[in-house]
Design a protein around this ligand. Structure first.
Ligand code: SF4
Ligand code: SF4
Length: 467
């Protein structure tokens, strides 16, 4: 089948392609160009292939399929582009034209990861295996994709239990009383997602806890679905649009609430709904209204907590008075955690959220230093690392060397795909470095600060200091 046979109507495709002025500013930003040094594996080259395909000069197999398939979809080229070429949108539309074999392969993966029944079974099984601790063992012993999959599962384990032993609360208790006035209550709805709900429920809970400390109240949004990001990245745009419509209707039930995403890829998808539905007059305005309400959790956590205690479970309406942590009280950890930050591409490049995760960590007293390549893709890229494992590993290699050279204990990054891919690589290499979501670290630090405050309140600063 050729491109002409498979070509869907794509209004705006040609205009968007023509925006590229071939300046090449995007080339140094492109990880696949850096590894492969092939113009066809650069943003400019891929745009040229899209244009050739659009003009009927090439089909959707061969070079088109190869080089479009090798793109990480990291959208670093969009950040670098002075002409405003909407590369991410063009890539999704190009993948919609990709021939069937690749789409079948991704279709099976998507059904397993995002299907309601298949996902529920898969994730329940994953949680059982994760709890046994056998995933890390298998990751170090199994070759290829089997070892990678086991490592990715091992990398999803919760971080919170480590906080007390490793001193994350120290900076908070040292900083002392900084409690601002009580803030008015604000409402949020959480995008639950599929992988996040299945394997990262602890990240959801960490974000919820820290948001409650900042005066946010959760509202329900029943009926929400997978965001559709993985489907859109794979070019399955009709399926992605169906999910978008379902989520728009679900989130309209809490129309005055901020929509919080704690997975960068999911947040980016929600903000892309107006693009996905641009040709649908019934849904486009509703998609725009939804996109305007979306915030990454780090944007809300960058505001310091009031240090009031969280409401007790089952007592959602009441919030106790803010209680500052006593000045001078401190935990005595063996040493402070060394934390590095790596930006998810779909937070930094697709959503333009640059500083908020670092600000959120700093507000919680966690000193995190960006990795030298913090703005560059880790190679995970959703399903990419499973579909293009060798190239993904080559993209990841410099970042893994940086992590080793930095001698850190934790790498913070706010996207499940990045967390699983980097975490798996570290587990498989036998490195004692955890990859955690910034919200987990913020919550762990704030809980440690609260525990220290309890001791101080009950026994006085001296007893708190001996804790
Ligand atoms: S999305 Fe990333 S990998 Fe793809 S062309 Fe742009 S910079 Fe390169
Ligand atoms: S920076 Fe933008 S305009 Fe220049 S080559 Fe890259 S995509 Fe085209």
């Amino acid at each position: 089948m050729t491109s002409a046979d498979a070509r869907p109507a794509a209004t705006g495709w040609s205009d968007d392609l023509l925006a590229c002025v071939h300046c090449g500013f995007c080339l140094p930003a492109c990880p696949t160009y850096e590894v492969l040094l092939d113009e066809n594996d650069s943003p400019r080259g891929r745009l040229a292939l899209m244009r050739a395909h659009e003009e009927g000069r090439i089909g959707s197999e061969g070079a088109f399929q190869l080089h479009i398939g090798r793109c990480l979809g990291c959208r670093a080229c969009e950040t670098a582009c002075p002409a405003g070429v909407p590369y991410g949108s063009l890539l999704e539309r190009a993948r919609e034209r990709a021939p069937a074999p690749r789409r079948h392969r991704t279709g099976l993966l998507l059904r397993a990861l995002t299907g309601r029944r298949a996902g529920a079974v898969l994730y329940a099984l994953g949680r059982v295996v994760r709890a046994t601790g056998v995933a890390g063992f298998l990751a170090r012993r199994l070759p290829g994709r089997a070892g990678l999959g086991a490592g990715m599962l091992a990398a999803t384990r919760p971080f919170a239990g480590l906080a007390r032993a490793t001193g994350l609360g120290a900076a908070i208790t040292e900083r002392g009383a900084e409690a601002p006035a009580r803030v008015p209550e604000r409402a949020f709805v959480l995008l639950e997602g599929c992988v996040m709900r299945g394997l990262f429920a602890h990240v959801h809970e960490a974000g919820r806890s820290s948001l409650r400390r900042r005066g946010w109240r959760e509202r329900p949004a029943p009926g929400q679905a997978c965001c559709g990001a993985l489907h859109a990245h794979a070019g399955r745009l009709e399926e992605a649009r169906a999910m978008a419509r379902r989520n728009i209707a679900a989130f309209e039930q809490a129309a005055d609430a901020t929509i919080v995403a704690d997975a960068a890829g999911c947040g980016a998808a929600l903000r892309d709904y107006p693009d996905w539905l641009r040709n649908d007059p019934t849904w486009c305005d509703r998609a725009r209204a939804l996109a305007g309400r979306v915030r990454d959790v780090s944007e809300l956590l960058a505001e310091p907590a009031t240090w009031g205690r969280e409401p007790a479970a089952g007592d959602p309406g009441e919030r106790s008075e803010p209680r500052p942590v006593a000045p001078g009280s401190r935990t005595e950890p063996p040493r402070r955690q060394r934390v590095a930050y790596d930006a998810p591409c779909h937070l930094l490049h697709a959503q333009g959220v640059r500083d908020a995760p670092l600000a959120a960590l700093a507000a919680a007293g966690v000193d995190a230093a960006p990795l030298p390549s913090w703005e560059r893709c880790c190679g995970g890229a959703g399903l990419y690392n499973l579909l293009e494992p060798r190239l993904a590993a080559e993209v990841a290699a410099p970042k893994l060397r940086e992590i080793e050279a930095a001698g850190v204990d934790v790498v913070a990054t706010g996207n499940p795909g990045c967390q699983m891919f980097l975490g798996a690589a570290l587990v498989r290499a036998g490195r004692d470095v955890r990859v955690a979501h910034p919200a987990e670290l913020v919550d762990a630090a704030e809980r440690a600060g609260e525990r220290a405050a309890d001791v101080v309140a009950e026994n006085g600063p001296e007893e708190g200091g001996r804790r």
